[in-house]
Write a protein that binds this ligand. Structure first.
Ligand SMILES: Cc1ncc(C[n+]2csc(CCOP(=O)(O)OP(=O)(O)O)c2C)c(N)n1
Length: 365
């Protein structure tokens, strides 16, 4: 009996806007000029906030935080394709998208400055908080997506995770459930080439991360993650399919973590600086700016105005951050359940008693 193919698969790679800022006309999602400018503004604000927070951290005015410099196109392009009724389930490196979804920069800075209540989102809006446990959010996303389907809502869920997280059981289990249930969820793997000091080649033997979707019975696509048009186009298609009952998609966004993992990390110890210099040449902000200039809708005045506006917004948040702020040590106990359990409240009381005892000891020397 001859051997037959049981199945055959292929994984596409999408690029619309190349490194020189040229658009492939056939693939162009044809966003209006105003939308391109909005995207560029969102990405610029994220970059400005990231870099300002790095300086604050170095001055001892900010806690340890993860940087998203270099990943703005992938982060913001995804969020731009989302509608208000879609659910946003982030990891911890999606500053630009969080701001686009209405999360105040001040809250974000408070959270990374050690205030748990900074991770409380505005009541309105379908946004989940930052998830620092690698991969955990993928399971939450699938649960939310399943509930969305049960309620027959025309909404979908987006979750982000890293190349490192793609090897976590949580993410693989989440994708399996999503496939079986045909849950309306878009998994966005931000392949920034590094999981702290572990390079992509040592993460998985698979040629692409996108192909992992195939094993779970849904489509995976790879996109140039520094190309905001490709990211937007792929996400928009995946969300439309999910909202219409077509099930999940995995999008692997190829990008690069241009800075340290977090401010506690020194990447010079494990990756060559010429690699980083090469990657700066693919800066997603510069690429989108070139496109705006080619279209004749951008100039130095507008650039100066945008930079000043972003700086003002960041400085306002920094000024508010440094105002006296009441500490709520038990904030971690809030928002765990809609109806707090007796057990949790008992733990809160025990914790607060301990805090008061320690504070009393400290004040009495
Ligand atoms: C379950 C779990 N294991 C380990 C860690 C420590 N940790 C934090 S970030 C990280 C690397 C994650 O890399 P990746 O998923 O590629 O995302 P990136 O940080 O590059 O965005 C690790 C190991 C954690 N927070 N949670």
């Amino acid at each position: 009996m001859p051997l037959k193919d049981a199945a055959r698969f292929a994984v596409s790679h999408l690029q619309v806007l190349d490194e020189q800022g040229r658009v492939d006309e056939k693939l162009d999602p044809k966003l209006p000029d105003a939308d391109l400018v909005k995207l560029y503004e969102a990405m610029t604000l994220a970059r400005e906030a990231d870099q300002r927070m790095l300086k604050l951290q170095r001055q001892g005015r900010m806690g340890t935080f993860p940087l998203s410099t270099g990943q703005e196109a992938a982060v913001c392009g995804v969020a731009f394709a989302m509608r208000e009724q879609d659910w946003f389930v982030p990891s911890y490196r999606e500053l630009g998208a969080m701001l686009m979804r209405g999360y105040p920069l001040l809250q974000y800075m408070r959270y990374w400055n050690g205030y748990e209540e900074g991770n409380t989102l505005p009541e309105k809006g379908r946004n989940l908080p930052i998830a620092a446990i690698v991969g955990s959010q993928a399971l939450h996303a699938v649960g939310v997506a399943y509930a969305t389907r049960l309620r027959r809502e025309p909404a979908a869920v987006v979750t982000y995770f890293g190349d490192g997280a793609s090897s976590e059981g949580d993410v693989l289990e989440a994708m399996n459930f999503a496939g079986v249930w045909q849950a309306p969820v878009v998994f966005v793997c931000m392949n920034n080439q590094w999981a702290i000091s572990l390079p992509r080649e040592a993460q998985t033997r698979a040629e692409t991360i996108a192909q992992k979707a195939i094993a779970f019975g849904f489509e995976g696509i790879q996109v140039d993650g520094n190309d905001v048009l490709a990211v937007y186009k792929a996400t928009n298609a995946a969300l439309e399919r999910a909202r219409a009952g077509g099930g999940p998609t995995l999008i692997e966004a190829i990008t690069y973590r241009l800075m340290m993992h977090t401010t506690a990390d020194d990447p010079k110890r494990y990756r060559p600086e010429d690699e980083v210099a090469e990657e700066w040449k693919k800066d997603p902000l510069a690429r989108l700016k070139t496109l705006l200039e080619r279209r004749g809708i951008w100039n130095d005045d507008l650039q100066g105005g945008l930079e000043a506006k972003a700086r003002r917004a960041v400085e306002e948040a920094v000024a508010a951050l440094e105002e006296p702020y009441p500490i709520k040590p038990d904030a971690a106990f809030d928002h765990v359940f809609a109806q707090p359990t007796d057990d949790l409240e008992a733990q809160r009381a025990e914790f607060l008693a301990e805090v008061h005892r320690a504070a009393g000891e400290a004040s009495h020397g």
